[in-house]
Design a protein around this ligand. Structure first.
Ligand code: PEP
Ligand code: MG
Length: 576
């Protein structure tokens, strides 16, 4: 069999693992809607209202399911969908269309929904543009209910399948029965698209960006693919099938081997202990971190609590989310980062101005210090939750000592406020900052006097140090974690913390890269925080290294001239 033949597909590797199974081509068929003149306007309107009611109930069911399986913030997507249904503008426009044009409810609904979509799509604001997808999602539901078409429910799959789709919507991924889904392959998307992120957090293999895969595969075709390499085959030969079965066995065996490390400490051959923690976006993500033997949460990105909704989360909502994470982690350390909005993450209800350089603009701690009323609510919720576990609070995007002092001053005021109200909080939680701006790395000796720890945010630190936009694919070749400037910057930060008797961790993607672990270990990093699936491979690497050897290796690596030289040197020095 020619391996590169017409039955092969190849695109962006979005989530690791080997999938072998039958295809379920999940495409939303174009709804064929006829425009009919009707006589009974009252009856037509009733039909429309009934469909709205049915849709409301369906959405409520879907929301509950999502809440149970995926957590409050994913469920919030469906609250947003229900809001679309409650929009009086939409309801009245459809009613008026039925009355004025004397047309059937289906075509009146379609016309109005299409009009709404067009308005949202034409907006400049990216967030508002994305809302068009919500309206389309809800509109399709209403239309299907009007037409009596069954809505395929991915939560009720009876057989195991590989989902083949144009793209998967938030409602698809939020409700699908994970146990029956062996993998995803989609026409569109990149490594950071919604489908890819969901696949990784569900630990389901995925390839995205395959352009026309939905037209190449039929329901029931046998599919094999490798989510690590981004390669797969349609109806493979016996030989290829066998090859993938072997690969799958190997992958699972490797996973099984790694799982033996789940309860083990992260310790080097010569006894240096480090902490390997997980990064999370929602309380639900804690499960994956614990299943993979995470020793703590090194970064809880709280901004997801604020996104996909139309108003600020209340103190109570935040308190519940923080408490859930702390309780689930028992006494393991949990670093909760205060709001890091702006840059690539927008909040439409905050009405942030459009900026020329959003990553260098009004964001994160800058917003919190400028609008302390927002910051106070979060700090109150954090302090109240602090009695439920081992909380550490972390401020993002710190560039100066003044900012840390200003943030700590507000924190102190909030403490006094709670004391006056007789509300308890833990007296022993640590406060730290992210080091993700070069200025902060350089004045680490001054900053460490104000806080208990540092966590290095390399995603931003690399982009700011080397002036390489982390989102720009055209210059991604310049985005180099092995760049000597980055390694030297990291060394400075760790040394600043250690010289003051304090600790330094890392929560950028770099911390979870097994190729970089030896050099980070050698530079003295105390805590590594990464996505759940990377925890055990990282522990394995650490447990096979000698700290003393890695210290020598890192010292030499710091004097090499290029990223390529560093990469080769680290690789050579750690080869068994
Ligand atoms: C970072 O910048 O490295 C980081 C962890 O934060 P984020 O990716 O949320 O900007
Ligand atoms: Mg950052």
């Amino acid at each position: 069999m020619n391996k590169g033949g017409h039955n092969m597909f190849k695109a962006t590797a979005a989530s690791p693992g080997i999938a072998i199974g039958k295809a379920l081509v999940y495409i939303e068929e174009e709804l064929n809607i006829e425009k009919n003149i009707i006589d009974n306007i009252v009856e037509e309107k009733e039909k429309f209202h009934k469909a709205i009611e049915v849709t409301k109930h369906q959405l409520e069911d879907v929301r509950k399911e999502a809440l149970e399986k995926l957590g409050a913030d994913k469920a919030a997507i469906f609250e947003a969908h229900s809001m679309v249904l409650q929009d009086p503008e939409l309801i009245t426009q459809v009613e008026n269309k039925i009355t004025d044009d004397k047309i059937n409810a289906e075509s009146a609904t379609k016309d109005v929904i299409d009009g709404f979509i067009a308005i949202f799509e034409s907006m400049d604001d990216e967030y508002m543009k994305e809302r068009a997808a919500d309206i389309r999602d809800v509109g399709t539901r209403i239309l299907k209910n009007l037409m009596g078409i069954e809505i395929v429910n991915l939560a009720n799959l009876s057989d195991e399948v590989i989902l083949v789709a144009h793209d998967l919507t938030p409602s698809d991924t939020a409700t699908m029965n994970k146990d029956k889904v062996l993998g995803f392959i989609t026409n569109i998307g990149g490594r950071t698209s919604h489908t890819a992120i969901m696949a990784r957090s569900l630990e389901v293999p995925a390839i995205v960006g395959l352009h026309d895969i939905t037209s190449r595969i039929k329901n029931g075709d046998i599919i094999v693919f490798d989510g690590d390499e981004g390669i797969g085959y349609i109806n493979p030969s016996e030989e290829l099938l066998k090859e993938f079965q072997d690969k799958k066995k190997k992958f699972e065996e490797n996973k099984r081997q790694l799982s033996l490390l789940k309860e083990k400490p992260s310790i080097t051959l010569d006894g240096r202990r480090v902490e390997i923690a997980g990064n999370i976006g929602t309380p639900k993500d804690v499960d994956g971190v614990l299943e993979n033997g995470g020793e703590g949460i090194g970064l809880y990105r709280t901004e997801f609590l604020y996104m996909n909704r139309n108003n600020m989360p209340t103190e109570e909502e935040q308190f519940e989310a923080y408490k859930e994470v702390l309780e689930k982690m028992q006494d393991k350390p949990v670093i909760i980062r205060t709001l890091d909005i702006g840059g690539d993450k927008e909040l439409p209800y905050l009405d942030l101005p459009k900026e020329m350089n959003p990553f260098l603009g009004y964001r994160a701690i800058r917003i919190c210090l400028d609008q302390p009323e927002i910051f106070r609510v979060q700090l109150r919720a954090l302090l109240r939750a602090s009695v439920y576990g081992n909380l550490k609070i972390m401020y993002p995007m710190i560039s100066s000592v003044e900012e840390v002092r200003a943030a700590n001053k507000i924190l102190d005021e909030v403490k006094r406020e709670l004391e006056a109200e007789n509300i308890f909080y833990s007296k022993s939680f640590e406060v730290g900052i992210m080091i993700e701006i070069p200025a902060a790395a350089v004045i680490g000796d001054l900053l460490i006097k104000e806080v208990d720890f540092f966590s290095i945010g390399t995603n931003d630190l690399i982009q700011y140090t080397t002036a390489v936009d982390r989102m720009n694919e055209k210059i991604s070749y310049l985005y180099q974690p092995f760049h000597p400037a980055i390694l030297r910057m990291i060394k400075m930060v760790i040394d600043h913390a250690h010289n003051a008797g304090k600790w330094a961790g890392m929560c950028g993607e770099m911390a979870g890269d097994p190729k970089l672990a030896p050099v980070l270990l050698g530079l003295g990093l105390d805590e590594f925080s990464m996505s759940a699936g990377s925890i055990l491979p990282a522990r394995k690497v650490i447990s096979q290294l000698s700290y003393e050897d890695m210290k020598d290796m890192a010292t030499k690596a710091l004097n090499l001239s290029t990223a390529e030289e560093v990469k080769e040197f680290v690789d050579k020095s750690t080869r068994p």
